[in-house]
Design a protein around this ligand. Structure first.
Ligand code: GLU
Length: 540
C-alpha cells in the first residue's frame, strides 16, 4: 500500500558517507537540499552514514563539515563536533550511534512476519546465482527460507546457524514519484526479498545494509523529500518496499543526474580537481564554487542569468527546474565565475587568501608581515639591551604598511591574469627573480637574443643601468630606452624584446611602468628581490 505524505513541513537531509573528501557531486546534492529547505522554510539535516566502519574516518567527517560551512551551507540538525552534543531534535545523526534503533526495528519486522530469517549459506546462494547466470535470467532469490516453520527456525537457531534477515516482498509494483524524472515503477520481483541485515560472518556480524538503515533514518527523521544522486535510483524500490513494510509514508524523491567531465566520461581526478577541499586550497572562492554547483543541472527561469549569491538563489531555486540529463563539469565556466567573484571581493580578504598562496610557494620571501601583537616597543628595546642582545626581526608598523601597499599593487597587476589564487605566485614569479641561464636557453628567447641588434641594445642599456645609483623609476627606465633608440637606431620589437627578456626572463608580459616599481620598491622594502641593476648584471 502506498502511503503518501501530506501537510508536513518539508524536511530534507544530506547523508554523506565519510569515506573520502567531499566530491563536487555530493556538494551539489548538499546545496540543492539546502536551497530546497531554505526556500520552503523547511528543515535541512546532516546525517553521517558511517556504517562502513572499515572505510569511514573521523577526519573525513571533520573535513566535510568544514567544506560545507565554507560553501555557506548550514543545517538545522546534525552531529556535533567530537565531544560536543548534536544539534537539532532528530539525532543521533551518526548511523554508528543508531545501531540499537535498527535492531529494534528488525525485531518488529520479524515479529510481524514482514521479514524472515534466511539461513541459506553463501555456497547455496552462489549456486543460485550461477544457475541464474547460466539461464541468463536476472537473479531472484528462490525464497527457500520464506516459509520455514517455527520448529525449523528454532532448530536452526539452536544449531547456531548464521542467518540474514530478508524483507518479505509483496507481489505488487513498487512505485515512487521522482520530482526530476516523474513517476517511476519497478516490478516487485526486481527486488526479490532483499537482505536487510547481513548474515553474521567474520567481521560483519549481523550488519544492517544501507537500504535498510537509510529508510529507517529517513522515516524516523521525518524526511519528506529525498534529494540525492541518481546512483541511488536502483536502490529506491527496495527502500519503498521497506517503507511499505513498516506502514510509513513514502517520501518524494529527486534523483540528481551524474556529473560528467568535458569528455562526457564520469567526472574523475583525471579531469582535474573534483573535491571541494582541493578547489578551496587552489584558491577558488566559496561564492564562485556555490554559484557554479547551483548551475550544474539547474538554470534560472530567464535562461540567461548565471551569477547568483546563495541569498539570491534561495527564492528562485526549484527542483522542477533540475534537468535529468547528465551535467557536464565546465572548468572554464567555473574559472569565469571565480574571476568574477575575485573582482567583486573585498581587497583585504583577497590579500589574505593570496598571501597564503605566496607563503606556501615562496617561503623564502613570505610572509611579508608578521603580526606583532606579542611584543611592545618596550620589550623589543629591552631585549636588544641585554647582554648578549636579542634582536627581534619585527617589521615596524610603517614597514608593514609599505609592504602591504606593495603587495596590493602586485595583486592588482596579476589578479586579472589568474583563474584561481594558487596561480598568482606562478604568474608573478619573475618579479621575484628568474634563472638567467634558463632564460637564455628558452628557444624563443634564444632566437631574439641571437640577433646582432639584441647584443647592441643590451650592451648600450646595461651601460646606463650600471652607471646609475639609486632607485630606478619608470621615467628613468623610459629615458634609457629612448637614449638607446637614438644611439643605435634600433626600435620596436628589436629594441624592447631583449630588454624585457633581461629584466623578466620573457619577451612578453605586463607594462614596464608597472613592473619596474614592483621590482625596485620590493627590493627597497627588504624583500629578497633582485633590482633592475642586479638583473642586467646577471643577465648580460
Ligand atoms: N550515504 C549515501 C552516499 O553517500 C547517500 C545515501 C542517500 O542519500 O540516500 O551516497
Amino acid at each position: 500500500m502506498f502511503v503518501a505524505m501530506t501537510n508536513t513541513i518539508p524536511r530534507v537531509r544530506f547523508a554523506p558517507s565519510p569515506t573520502g573528501l567531499l566530491h563536487v557531486g555530493n556538494a551539489r546534492t548538499a546545496l540543492y537540499n539546502w536551497l530546497f529547505a531554505r526556500r520552503a522554510d523547511g528543515l535541512f539535516l546532516l546525517r553521517i552514514e558511517d556504517t562502513d566502519l572499515e572505510r569511514s574516518e573521523a577526519r573525513f567527517e571533520t573535513q566535510l563539515i568544514e567544506d560545507l560551512h565554507w560553501l555557506g551551507i548550514d543545517w538545522d540538525g546534525g552531529p556535533g563536533a567530537p565531544d560536543e552534543p548534536d544539534t537539532g531534535d532528530h539525532g543521533p545523526y551518526r548511523q554508528s550511534e543508531r545501531l540499537h534503533i535498527y535492531a529494534e526495528h528488525t525485531e518488529r519486522l520479524l515479529a510481524e512476519g514482514k521479514a524472515y530469517r534466511c539461513f541459506c549459506t553463501p555456497e547455496e546462494l552462489e549456486a543460485e546465482r550461477a544457475q541464474a547466470a547460466a539461464e541468463q535470467s536476472s537473479q531472484v532469490y528462490s525464497g527457500r527460507c520464506r516459509n520455514l516453520s517455527q520448529a525449523e527456525i528454532d532448530q536452526n537457531l539452536a544449531a547456531g546457524k548464521h542467518f540474514a534477515v530478508r524483507l518479505r516482498i509483496e507481489d505488487h509494483p513498487l512505485r515512487f514519484h521522482d520530482i526530476v524524472r516523474g513517476p517511476v515503477e519497478f516490478a516487485a520481483e526486481t527486488v526479490s526479498d532483499p537482505v536487510l541485515v547481513r548474515s553474521a560472518s567474520g567481521a560483519s556480524a549481523g550488519v544492517p545494509v544501507y537500504n535498510y538503515v537509510v529508510t529507517i533514518d529517513d522515516a524516523l527523521m521525518g524526511i519528506t523529500h529525498v534529494i540525492r544522486g541518481d546512483d541511488h535510483i536502483s536502490n529506491t524500490p527496495k527502500q519503498v518496499a521497506i517503507y511499505e513494510a513498516f506502514g510509513w509514508p513514502v517520501p518524494e524523491f529527486a534523483h540528481l543526474s551524474t556529473i560528467l567531465g568535458p569528455d562526457r566520461e564520469r567526472l574523475s581526478k583525471r579531469h582535474g580537481a573534483t573535491s571541494i577541499s582541493v578547489f578551496r586550497q587552489m584558491g577558488y572562492l566559496p561564492e564562485a564554487m556555490a554559484n557554479y554547483l547551483a548551475l550544474l543541472g539547474w538554470g534560472a527561469e530567464d535562461g540567461k542569468t548565471e551569477t547568483f549569491t546563495l541569498a539570491e538563489l534561495v527564492p528562485i531555486f526549484s527542483l522542477e527546474r533540475v534537468t535529468p540529463s547528465p551535467a557536464i563539469f565546465d572548468f572554464d565556466k567555473l574559472n569565469w565565475l571565480n574571476r568574477h567573484y575575485i573582482k567583486l571581493a573585498d581587497h583585504e580578504r583577497i590579500a589574505k587568501l593570496a598571501e597564503r598562496q605566496f607563503c606556501l610557494q615562496k617561503p623564502g620571501i613570505f610572509p611579508l608581515w608578521t603580526s606583532n601583537e606579542l611584543y611592545t616597543a618596550e620589550t623589543i628595546a629591552l631585549l636588544a639591551s641585554l647582554d648578549p642582545p636579542i634582536h627581534l626581526d619585527i617589521p615596524t608598523p610603517e614597514l608593514i604598511g609599505q609592504r602591504k601597499a606593495w603587495f596590493a599593487s602586485l595583486l592588482s597587476l596579476f589578479l586579472p591574469y589568474v583563474d584561481y589564487l594558487a596561480q598568482l605566485p606562478v604568474k608573478s614569479a619573475f618579479i621575484f627573480g628568474f634563472d638567467p641561464d634558463a632564460a637564455h636557453a628558452d628557444p624563443e628567447n634564444a632566437a631574439i637574443l641571437s640577433a646582432d641588434s639584441a647584443r647592441t641594445v643590451l650592451s648600450e642599456f646595461s651601460c646606463r643601468v650600471r652607471t646609475h645609483s639609486g632607485l630606478v623609476t619608470p621615467e628613468i627606465f623610459k629615458t634609457w630606452i629612448n637614449e638607446v633608440k637614438a644611439a643605435t637606431g634600433i626600435k620596436g620589437k628589436e629594441l624592447f624584446h631583449p630588454i624585457r627578456i633581461a629584466l623578466t626572463g620573457s619577451h612578453s608580459g605586463p607594462d614596464f611602468d608597472r613592473v619596474i616599481p614592483l621590482i625596485e620598491e620590493g627590493a627597497a622594502l627588504g624583500l629578497a628581490i633582485p633590482t633592475v641593476h642586479d638583473r642586467l648584471e646577471q643577465f648580460c
